[in-house]
Design a protein around this ligand. Structure first.
Ligand SMILES: Nc1ncnc2c1ncn2[C@@H]1O[C@H](COP(=O)(O)OP(=O)(O)OP(=O)(O)O)[C@@H](O)[C@H]1O
Ligand SMILES: Cc1ncc(C[n+]2csc(CCOP(=O)(O)O)c2C)c(N)n1
Ligand SMILES: [Mg+2]
Ligand SMILES: [Mg+2]
Ligand SMILES: [Mg+2]
Length: 309
């Protein structure tokens, strides 16, 4: 192969080599009465930790992004393993703060660090592995969306993108905290799972546009997003303007909200479960955004790692 390849195309190739992988936020293992769900996510100094980030926040983020995938399955976390590749410049203070960040995030979400691995590495590299359990009848998958369902999100969109922009442009913004200290939506996802109205769910780690692309691929449906309903992060439009704010909501990534579909008859029950915004609907095909009666296609753009082969 010549040149770099996008992460999703590479995963498709990997899937063929390994004989088929289920494309979801977690792997699902039958554990008798319940499912065991498991996910792993790697973070690096260069791509994930802006230079304003303190080591406690690095630890927090590494656990939070891993718990977000447990949330996306409707599961309860059972624990996290941490493999830490520590660079030569990591001193005792750095390491104490980093590991406090792991522990504090796990504890806040009712779980703990179960174990891991420690090694030296030129670039700080942290790989978390999260485990969880979910009742078989409550599991939420990326597949399952049906035309006519409502498309919803928790929280706001574009917060992390706005935070990244503020950091890169030396602007002051509360969105920088959203970028550095993501909050996995475990409580919300559990309550939604118990409400019984969700048909498909994932977290939007790579942005709304790629989430819709992923959901559409595995569910075999399309989406129509109402532009005016997007819950843009507070202060985002004022900081970057309407058009950039929409672009950030669609493709900046790093928000860790839940994107999910609901049977329309289940909206009341879902609203009782958690705060949500209906941002569109499931359609037969295509991924569209509508504003003032005009439809345009949503480009398949988002946060994707590129790997040189
Ligand atoms: N190296 C790999 N080997 C096997 N499966 C993989 C590999 N990388 C990714 N996958 C699988 O591909 C699917 C998509 O992975 P991806 O990392 O995009 O999902 P995610 O963890 O929910 O997102 P993010 O990494 O942005 O938080 C998952 O089901 C994952 O298990
Ligand atoms: C330097 C820097 N640039 C961007 C971001 C935001 N960010 C971090 S992870 C992620 C998406 C999912 O990642 P993955 O697919 O690796 O799990 C995004 C958008 C950051 N924290 N630091
Ligand atoms: Mg995910
Ligand atoms: Mg991943
Ligand atoms: Mg990703």
């Amino acid at each position: 192969m010549n040149g770099a390849i996008g992460e999703r195309d590479l995963i498709r190739r990997i899937s063929v080599i390994l004989g088929g992988l289920e494309n979801d936020d977690c792997a699902v293992i039958d554990a008798g009465e319940r499912y065991l769900v498991a996910s792993t996510d790697m973070l690096h100094q260069k791509t994930d930790f802006p230079d304003i980030m303190n080591p406690w926040q690095m630890g927090w983020m590494a656990v939070a992004v891993n718990l977000s995938d447990i949330a996306a399955m409707g599961a309860e976390p059972a624990g996290v393993l941490i493999a830490a590749g520590l660079p030569p410049e990591a001193d005792q203070y750095f390491i104490d703060e980093l590991f406090s960040g792991f522990g504090d995030c796990a504890a806040l979400y009712g779980t703990r660090i179960l174990g891991g691995d420690t090694d030296s590495h030129l670039e700080l590299t942290i790989t978390g592995t999260s485990l969880g359990f979910v009742e078989k009848e409550l599991i939420l998958r990326r597949r399952g969306a049906r035309a006519g369902d409502l498309l919803c999100t928790t929280g706001s969109l574009g917060a992390a993108g706005g935070g990244l922009w503020a950091w890169q442009n030396g602007a002051k913004s509360e969105l920088i905290t959203s970028l550095l200290e993501p909050e996995p939506r475990l409580k919300e996802a559990r309550a939604l799972a118990k409400s019984g109205s969700v048909t498909a769910m994932m977290d939007n780690s790579d942005g709304l546009a790629l989430s819709l692309s992923d959901l559409s691929e595995v569910s075999g449906v399309g989406f129509l997003v109402y532009q005016d309903k997007l819950p843009l992060a507070p202060g985002l439009v004022e900081m970057v303007g309407q058009e950039n704010a929409i672009d950030m909501a669609l493709s900046a990534g790093g928000d860790y909200e839940l994107v999910f579909t609901l049977r329309s008859s289940g909206l009341e029950a879902a609203r009782r479960a958690c705060d949500l915004t209906v941002i569109g609907e499931v359609v037969e095909e295509g991924i569209w955004m509508e504003r003032a009666g005009k439809r345009r296609q949503i480009e398949r753009l988002g946060y994707e790692h590129r790997i040189g082969l």
